[in-house]
Design a protein around this ligand. Structure first.
Ligand code: CMX
Length: 135
């Protein structure tokens, strides 16, 4: 079952540059910076009313976020992540409804989460992530 929006992923070329806007203009507080080698990204999290903004900076030229930025150099909305009580069940249910999966099984993501993505061609254009705290 989906519970809420957990986070909004935003692709940026540089977290150091982008955080000037989120901190300096919007007045948000940086909660943490975390490398996620499995996803080839560095992440920065800001809490806004119980929803995280997750800045995503590629750490490798073959990162999915590097590919996104190649098409959209200014960056922008990369994905919406829904908190679920069971990522595997969400993936199975979506597949049964004809949605192409990026992840057939959950994998590790930022913040100790299990995550899984649906392909954006099957999700009305917005890349969809499901996430569940591990354990
Ligand atoms: N949002 C919406 N559409 C997107 C997209 C995104 N983030 N990324 C790619 N697309 C679209 C492209 O615009 C393209 O559309 P057109 O064919 O109309 O031009 C299409 O998807 C490309 O599809 P593809 O060739 O099958 O896939 P790509 O090689 O471009 O990769 C994707 C896209 C989503 C499969 C890949 O980025 C992926 O596997 N993402 C999941 C993992 C991820 O994003 N990790 C980083 C974040 C991790 C974290 O939050 O911790």
């Amino acid at each position: 079952m989906l519970k809420k929006i957990d986070h909004i992923g935003i692709a940026v070329a540089s977290i150091e540059e982008a955080r000037k806007y989120y901190e300096g203009v919007l007045g948000l507080t940086l909660a943490k910076i975390e490398d996620v080698p499995a996803q080839k990204v560095k992440t920065a999290f800001f809490d806004i009313g119980g929803v995280w903004l997750e800045l995503l900076e590629p750490t490798s030229p073959d990162s999915p976020v590097a590919k996104f930025l190649a098409d959209k150099p200014a960056g922008g909305l990369h994905h919406l992540a829904y908190l679920s009580d069971n990522v595997a069940n969400e993936l199975t249910a979506a597949k049964e409804k004809g949605v192409r999966l990026v992840d057939e099984v959950p994998r590790g993501g930022a913040g100790g989460m299990e995550i899984g993505f649906l392909h954006p061609k099957f999700t009305a254009g917005v890349l969809t992530e499901f996430c569940t705290p591990k354990g």
